[in-house]
Design a protein around this ligand. Structure first.
Ligand code: ASP
Ligand code: MG
Length: 410
């Protein structure tokens, strides 16, 4: 008998009608003989609503108390789902994170799962029950409620699938799977039938918001097979699995874009050792994650250093850059919030030559200037003007996925 973890996102449980629909789907699986563990997010919009209540009272609410508040969204959803299943004659029982318990560290609002005590869940499965677990939450060593960061229900689901040695972890969502590009931008974007963990991690971190990136890392580490699919249809979605040779046949699996970064440039920096170290150490000491870094060739002993950070960190990063700039006698600091990072991702890049050249040529043909470039073995990212983001994604999709010639725009 197979054991399946099924995770339902906020939109899948967004109304009573939808919760009943989820219960129906779960019943179908049970009727087929599957053992089912369900993980649920809060009803759509609920986590945002709860967070905004806390921020209505304080600009910097105590993270421990934020977790008390936001974790309630999932508790409501699992209780309702359990009632809906019982109404269909399926025996079900729901658990919050602390009831399982799902043990985490004590970093409130972005805790990491350290261990799952699975005995209680196994006991209930043995009794023939569907077990419904609240996503996104756990319990710290002190016994406090923690949450796992936005989108954290995915991680709960994958961690449970790993702990229970489930056959598959199904992620039910409001889209049919992972696409070759954002379908709202590219009409011809296609569903990707199979993708490797590594590719999915790049896609997730580069702005394809289908799954929380940490959940994919977790799946890769423990070899959990993931099936991302729509909660409104029976069609197969996207399988996220271990890489295999077949996957290297195409150079590029998908195109992703990210609008959430800002670029900060320290201009006219004296070109001598130790300055980059000083700047990036100061940023790191303040927990600011830096993404791309570019240092220009120096002219007459001066150079420019640019880097990108998440927009939410940009004010802080700019302040730090100004302090360091003054200290080292640089010319000043500039900032640009209107940038986009466009990336092509594919395992096949390891064996196909010329992907970077082709990407730059496509951007050149449509008249888009590249501010910065970064690469890994399986991705190439270019920083461009935000206003060209959609144009660039479409052109790259045509060139790499649809295999069309890109029109030259003069
Ligand atoms: N409800 C939480 C959020 O909105 C967790 C999740 O949905 O995965 O981020
Ligand atoms: Mg989500």
């Amino acid at each position: 008998m197979s054991l399946v973890v099924k995770k339902f996102g906020g939109t899948s449980v967004g109304s009573i009608e939808r919760i009943k629909n989820v219960a129906k789907r779960v019943k179908e699986a049970v009727d087929k003989g599957e053992k089912v563990v369900v993980v649920s997010s809060a009803m759509s919009g609920e986590t945002d609503r709860l967070l905004s209540l806390a921020y209505e009272i304080s600009n910097r609410p105590d993270p421990r108390e934020v977790d008390q508040v936001v974790s309630t969204g999932e508790q409501v959803a699992i209780g309702l789902l359990s009632i809906a299943l019982q109404e269909l004659g399926v025996s079900a029982i729901s658990f919050t994170g602390w009831q399982v318990p799902i043990e985490t560290d004590s970093v409130h609002t972005k805790a990491r799962i350290t261990h799952i005590k699975k005995e209680r869940i196994l006991e209930e499965i043995e009794k023939g029950k569907v077990v419904i677990v609240a996503g996104f939450q756990g319990i710290s060593p002190k016994g406090d409620i923690t949450t796992l960061g936005r989108g954290g229900s995915d991680t709960t689901a994958v961690a449970l699938a790993a702990a229970l040695n489930a056959d598959v972890c199904e992620i039910y969502t409001d889209v049919p799977g992972v696409f070759t590009a954002d379908p709202r931008i590219v009409d011809d974007a296609r569903k990707i039938p199979v993708i490797s963990y590594e590719e999915m991690m790049e896609m997730a971190s580069l702005g394809s918001k289908v799954m929380q990136i940490r959940s994919v890392e977790f799946a890769a580490k423990y070899g959990v097979k993931i099936h991302v699919r729509s909660s409104f249809s029976d069609e197969d979605g996207t399988w996220i699995v271990e890489e295999n040779e077949d996957m290297e046949k195409v150079a590029v699996r998908g195109i992703s874009h990210e609008l959430k970064e800002s670029r900060i440039t320290v201009v006219k920096v004296p070109d001598k050792p130790g300055i980059a170290a000083k700047l990036f150490k100061a940023l790191g000491d303040n927990n600011i994650v830096v993404d791309m870094i570019v240092q220009n060739v120096s002219h007459e002993g001066f150079t420019d250093i640019s880097f990108t950070v998440n927009k939410t960190d940009a004010d802080f990063a700019e302040d730090i850059a100004r302090e360091v700039a003054e200290e080292v006698g640089a010319g000043g600091v500039e900032r640009n919030d209107k940038i986009a990072k466009i990336s092509v991702v594919g395992l096949g890049m390891k064996t196909h030559a010329g992907t970077a050249g082709k990407m730059f040529e496509v951007l050149h043909k449509i008249g888009v200037n590249i501010y910065a470039i970064s690469t890994s073995e399986i991705k190439i990212s270019c920083l461009i003007d935000e206003k060209y983001a959609e144009l660039a994604v479409r052109a790259l999709h045509e060139a790499f996925i649809e295999d069309k010639d890109v029109m030259v725009i003069d």
